[in-house]
Design a protein around this ligand. Structure first.
Ligand SMILES: CCCCCCCCCCCCC[C@@H](O)CC(=O)SCCNC(=O)CCNC(=O)[C@H](O)C(C)(C)COP(=O)(O)OP(=O)(O)OC[C@H]1O[C@@H](n2cnc3c(N)ncnc32)[C@H](O)[C@@H]1OP(=O)(O)O
Length: 360
């Protein structure tokens, strides 16, 4: 006849559960019961004293639920008992002296604060999953990302061509390259800036989650200078200011477009993010100053040639030079600079603040 022996039992707790690990391999005829706060275990298996009948009982410190779950593996029996009330127990059993067969399960052991942290993380994860499952999935997300990726890639290639071309010419020709920037670069700049109209369309259609006003100011402002001030007046084509305008524009875009492009495929490079949200600080005012110089230089040309002048009623017998519109535009330009500077500053703060929070 086999005598009943006691197996080694290891325990750990969480705020809601007790975990018991019974060192018994190939356990059979398992009987695990919780009655009046006492767990009784019996099984046949291979324990510390070889093949035998093993058993033990534990009277818990505080009330537990009667339903127990257990899982027996080749090496051990894992038992989970749920506490009646959530809380941290100072010990497992009612009796103060720890039974000799019982020891802490260091594989699962956590102290109270670590267990709280684990609990909070679990709750946060569950919350996240439930929030995510409530947000309806956009069926066109893949298509939108594909379109944005292609758009940004084309712009990146266009502006890189402009930037490299201008830099190489600057190294080879020096200051002489200032005078024919328009002839060499204008076609590509026209292409990129016409395409940039999509940057107003995208947020307007909800394809990109940002405001419409900042890109509208940006695209309108650049295209006004490109197509009206520089495009219409041949006298402006060989002015050195064209070099500075095109260089300022392309310097930011060779970082902005790859940043967006990679964001479409969920890739973030810290250096690229930093450059996208930092180099506008010197470039934006420099770009606007260069544009303002071009506008001022074009005023006498508009006055002399009468190009784009607004005809006045016959009684007045004159036409209104376009340079008056340009005076108004100069004011708008600095207003636009202020609006976009503030917008970019906020975007920068939002970007770097979010990143910091995520890191903790
Ligand atoms: C009737 C009109 C009024 C007329 C007023 C006329 C006034 C004229 C004033 C003209 C001043 C313009 C001067 C200018 O020409 C001078 C220069 O450009 S100098 C060179 C330096 N310039 C710059 O640094 C500006 C560069 N431009 C920009 O940064 C943007 O165009 C701007 C609109 C200013 C800001 O962009 P946005 O609001 O989009 O900010 P974010 O980049 O932070 O993006 C927000 C989120 O949207 C996602 N996004 C945006 N675009 C795309 C895209 N193409 N593809 C994919 N995703 C995109 C982006 O990823 C962000 O998403 P998340 O927050 O989730 O990461």
């Amino acid at each position: 006849m086999m005598q009943t022996l006691t197996p080694h039992v290891y325990w750990a707790q969480r705020h809601g559960e007790i975990y018991l690990r019974v060192e018994l391999s190939d356990a059979r005829n398992l009987l695990i019961l919780v009655e009046e706060n006492t767990l009784t275990f019996s099984a046949q298996g291979h324990g510390a004293k070889g093949e035998n009948e093993y058993g033990f009982s534990l009277e818990f410190l505080k009330p537990v639920k009667t339903e127990v779950s257990h899982r027996s593996t080749q090496r051990q029996v894992n038992i989970t008992v749920r506490k009646q009330e959530h809380g941290w127990w100072e010990r497992l059993t009612m009796q103060e002296r720890k039974p000799v067969f019982l020891a802490p399960d260091f594989d699962r052991w956590l102290d109270e604060s670590d267990a709280e942290l684990e609990l909070r993380e679990k709750e946060e994860k569950l919350n996240r999953i439930s929030v995510e499952s409530r947000i309806p999935k956009d069926p066109y997300l893949g298509l939108k990302k594909g379109y944005l990726f292609m758009y940004n890639l084309v712009q990146f290639l266009g502006f890189s061509w402009i930037f490299v071309n201008m830099t190489v010419r600057l190294f080879i020709l020096g200051q002489d390259s200032f005078y024919d920037t328009f002839h060499t670069i204008a076609d590509m700049m026209y292409f990129c800036q016409i395409l940039a109209v999509l940057e107003v369309v995208n947020p307007a259609l909800g394809i990109v989650q940002t405001g419409v006003v900042p890109p509208l100011i940006q695209v309108f402002g650049r295209n006004f200078v490109l197509f009206i001030i520089l495009g219409v007046l041949e006298d402006m084509h060989n002015k050195p200011v064209v070099f500075f305008i095109f260089y300022a524009w392309s310097c930011i875009e060779i970082f902005r477009y790859p940043f967006y492009m990679l964001a479409c495929i969920d890739i973030k490079w810290t250096l690229l993010t930093w450059l996208r949200y930092t180099i506008w600080m010197p470039l934006y005012p420099l770009g606007v100053i260069a544009e303002a110089v071009a506008v001022i230089q074009s005023m006498p040309v508009f006055d002399e040639t009468g190009v784009l002048s607004v005809p006045l009623p016959k009684a007045l017998g004159l036409s209104l030079s376009f340079s008056y519109v340009l005076h108004l535009y100069l004011v708008l330009m600095f207003l636009g600079l202020f609006i976009n500077f503030r917008h970019l500053y906020k975007q920068r703060r939002r970007r770097f603040r979010t990143k910091k929070r995520k890191a903790y």
